[in-house]
Unconditional design. Sequence first.
Length: 365
Amino acid sequence: MDRRSVLKKTLTTGVGAGAAVLAAPAFSQGKIEWRMVTTWPKNFPGLGVGAENLVKRINIMSAGRLTIKVYSAGELVPPLQALDAVINGTAEMSHGAAYYWQNKNVGLSFFTGVPYGMTSREHAAWVRILGGQQIWDEIYDQFGVQGFLSGDTGTQAGGWFRKEINKVEDIKGLRFRTPGLGGQVWAKLGASVTNLAAGQIFQALQAGTLDAAEFVGPYNDLALGFYQIAKNYYFPSFIEPGLATEAVVNKSKYKALPADLQEIIRTACQAEYDQVASDIYANDPRALETMVSKHGVKVHMFSDEILSAGAKASAEVLTGVRNSDNALAKKTAESFIAGLNLLRQRAEITDSPYLRAREKFFKLK
């Protein structure tokens, strides 16, 4: 896949911020028109296309009563200012990842992905059933917005590295792109961590300002072209074992909608969460095969030394949040850890033993 075709017209810095001065949302003949800004490049597989499909669902389900125009990263605001655009009224809706905004409240990271934390299925159970959504609402109420799960990547890849890393010592001083609580874990392991939006990572690798980067997994990473710069591809991600994207809406605008349109947004987000998960799950292995067979990518597993050190660092990071003075972050961490301790029982007695048995005993050609 041609990286330029995926990233065409994607702007990754302040370009487009001036476009924020636009007319207020239109109301014509009973129809409502909103704007949604995203953190994703235009036509980006999985996550970006998922954002576009989400608004199509809403338009169809509402019979055109609520239409939403999608602005890809940089078209209206810089990608990592998408949430601020909803907060300040530049847009009614955004699509991204909650851990991009952990500077507002570190508790938001728990609604994307947590090091050595929940798998996607466990995470959805915590958010939807075990009280996670209610805590998420408490955090976002401070900013006048409402968040919904809107996409799922499953367990991610560990990242792209110019050189092989076999032991913790190899990580010291490594300039690594990775966000959220996972970034704090890699920093504890010795990496120099930074966060960049999707469309910025390739340029940083190419310029030599990064030694390594992780984003999602093979499907997205093929589109971003990382294999052109770094050939060592590590698995699995122990910092993002199950990652969710979010759709965020201005809460006052959302509450002003008729009840059926509010339900349409909720239902469309849940449907697209599931669809993105299937899209990525189906396309990851095919993309990985392409990169290995056609582009010389070398697949590695993280060593036990690195996985063990990562687990220790993850426990320290999560304990730090749980013991923090930030009441909502503390509440989030406590709820998440309690949920993890409950949900992992099912995984460890059912899912994991089955997968080990299938790998060991069953194969058809």
